[in-house]
Design a binder for this molecule. Structure first.
Ligand code: PHE
Length: 347
């Protein structure tokens, strides 16, 4: 038995030395030390030994086992090290080869202008809020004094979700006036930018999806002068002091009095024509409509639990795309949504 153990040991150590891969090592481990392995087979014969011999042989068998185990670990480590070395050698990177340049993107021009506008209003004390694009007709129309049957509610202008025409894609950010006044009491100062949707054919100044920036100020003694002051201040900040704007009387059911503000067309400089042709940016008008505004209608204040005898307010809705067009001298609104890199990379 002594010879048998010695032989097992010699063979095992030689075989382990010759093994090249982790798989070969594992195979050897099972063959040598496993339940059906050679060493186990020898140990099973211990019972036949005399009581004196048994502990001696037992000790020897354990020593052989430890030696094989130690060798196994050592081989495992050296095979692992060799594998790592080979891997490193094969994956060596030549750091002197010139790399591919990764092009850096930047903010979309419209978001750049939106950010500028938000910054200006935040500086004037406005709180910026967000609201739902899927809106109730109640907020989008009814509570803004836009009665049933009003042409603005027409299915040819509005995207509805249901047969009752009660849920829609908001056509304006004005419902945010109601939502804000339900939650806040005057004095209040709100700015609500966001997407709006109308069944408009796309052209140089129209798109079925566009962005508005709603503003609302309600406090004691707010006047139309405050509204004009706020709007002129913002226009000067965005366009510089030579910005040409004009106010026109207008009608909105939820403001009284109401107005619209236009900016002089940046393409034809107000002449309405380019080289004898009608200017395509302003359709020959010489002016581009930028926003609607007015003094919040007393009924709207009242429906939100605000006393119109004590408080007054103004509201405005700025068209963001058109403002960005003027700010960045873009002549066709569709360019803003095309995402053509040749266009975007100019800003
Ligand atoms: N919501 C109006 C529009 O989309 C603009 C507006 C906003 C008018 C606020 C008055 C006050 O045309």
């Amino acid at each position: 038995m002594r010879e048998q153990l010695e032989l097992i040991k010699q063979n095992a150590l030689a075989a382990l030395d010759a093994a090249q891969t982790p798989a070969a090592l594992e195979e050897l481990r099972v063959k040598l030390l496993g339940k059906k392995g050679e060493l186990t087979a020898v140990l099973k014969m211990m019972g036949k030994l005399s009581p004196e011999e048994r502990p001696v042989m037992g000790q020897m068998a354990n020593a052989v086992r430890s030696e094989i185990e130690a060798k196994l670990e050592q081989c495992k480590a050296s095979i692992g090290a060799r594998a790592l070395e080979a891997k490193l050698a094969s994956e060596a990177i030549d750091v002197t080869i010139p790399g591919d340049t990764v092009e850096l993107g930047h903010q979309h021009p419209m978001n750049m202008v939106l950010q500028e506008i938000k910054d200006i209003f935040v500086g004037m004390g406005y709180t910026v809020v967000d609201g739902p694009e899927v809106e109730l007709a109640d907020y989008n129309f009814t509570r803004l004094n836009i009665e049933q049957g009003h042409p603005a509610r027409d299915r040819s202008d509005t995207f509805y979700f249901d047969d009752q025409d009660s849920v829609l894609l908001r056509t304006q950010t004005s419902p945010m006036q109601i939502r804000f006044m339900e939650e806040h009491k005057p004095p209040l100062c709100m700015l609500a930018p966001g997407r709006v949707f109308r069944k408009d054919e796309a052209d140089a100044t129209h798109s079925p999806m566009f962005h508005q920036i709603e503003g609302l100020v309600v406090a004691e003694n707010i006047t139309m002068g405050d509204l004009k002051g706020a709007l002129i201040t913002i226009m000067n900040k965005i366009y510089g002091h030579d910005a040409q704007v004009r106010f026109r009387p207008h009608h909105f059911p939820f403001t009284e009095p109401s107005c619209e503000m236009d900016m002089q067309c940046h393409k034809c400089h107000g002449t309405g024509e380019i080289d004898g042709n009608v200017c395509s940016t302003c359709h020959g008008e010489g002016w581009i409509e930028l926003l609607g505004a007015g003094m919040v209608h007393p009924d709207v204040l009242r429906s939100c639990g605000i006393d119109p005898e004590k408080y007054s307010g103004f509201a405005f809705g700025i068209g963001l795309e058109r403002t960005a067009m003027g700010r960045l001298k873009i002549t066709d609104l569709r360019l803003i949504f095309d995402n053509d890199v040749r266009f975007l990379s100019q800003f």
